[in-house]
Design a protein around this ligand. Structure first.
Ligand code: SF4
Length: 239
């Protein structure tokens, strides 16, 4: 797993789901996933079960943006709020037309480009979970130098692009969500890192690291509950 620039030491990817009101960790997991990209739905679903809720709203950072997971969350009565994590069009010098400038027509299953021409469905790319669309003819287009360095322009659309768009739109409609996420999610991580060896596990191997992480989460939650309601009230509730 990468840790910024430089070395990639053996690491675990610790996931936490934090209650926005109390900052208590309501679910956590230690994974060997190198990134967060495939963890939105598994974490959200497990959290919903842990808190025994019928519905759940989850807010996560752009690293969790994943159309397949967004659609799976919606199927499981989970409302995901995750900003887009799309790379800009990095072909050419990086200034070519972004895909957001192309309008999708669901009835025709085709895109309309900034010059008003049509990009038709060309190929299903199952490995990448998307469909490839291709411009029919880019010859003579005055915008071509700003659009593509190839003979014609191509675009991809994720199988669950609609769910992805809905997810992005929720974040765009409420900018405070990401601020709230930062405050809620970073607080426990910061506290646990301070309580432990700066975020380094003392044990080795997944099973032992899971146990160590669970003890850290338990300690954090006890500390947090004491701060919220006081030691006497907590003792009384646990009695
Ligand atoms: S290059 Fe092709 S896809 Fe791009 S704007 Fe021109 S006609 Fe449209």
């Amino acid at each position: 797993m990468g840790m910024g620039a430089g070395r990639k030491p053996p690491s675990y990817n610790v996931q936490t789901a934090v209650d926005a009101e109390t900052s208590l960790i309501v679910h956590h997991e230690v994974t060997t996933e190198p990134t967060d990209n495939r963890l939105l739905h598994p974490m959200a679903k497990a959290t919903k079960q842990a808190v025994e809720a019928d519905t759940l709203t989850v807010v996560a950072d752009a690293g969790y943006s994943n159309g397949t997971d967004a659609a799976a969350c919606e199927r499981d009565a989970i409302t995901p709020c995750v900003p887009a994590n799309r790379a800009i069009n990095n072909k050419g010098d990086g200034t070519l037309f972004d895909r957001s400038l192309f309008d999708y027509d669901s009835a025709a299953d085709a895109y309309r480009c900034p010059a008003g021409r049509t990009l038709m469905r060309k190929q299903i790319m199952r490995r990448d979970n998307c469909v490839l669309y291709a411009a029919q003819d880019c010859s003579g287009c005055a915008l071509k130098p700003r659009c593509t360095t190839a003979e014609r322009r191509f675009l991809t659309r994720h199988f669950h692009d609609d769910a992805l768009q809905r997810m992005n739109a929720r974040v765009a409609a409420d900018p405070g969500l990401m601020r709230q996420r930062r405050c809620a999610a970073e607080h426990p991580f910061g506290t646990i890192k301070r309580m432990t060896a700066g975020g380094r596990f003392l044990t080795r191997g997944l099973a032992k690291v899971k146990a160590e992480a669970a003890l850290s989460v338990l300690a954090y939650n006890i500390l947090r509950a004491v701060n919220l309601i006081g030691a006497s009230a907590l003792r009384a509730k646990l009695a």
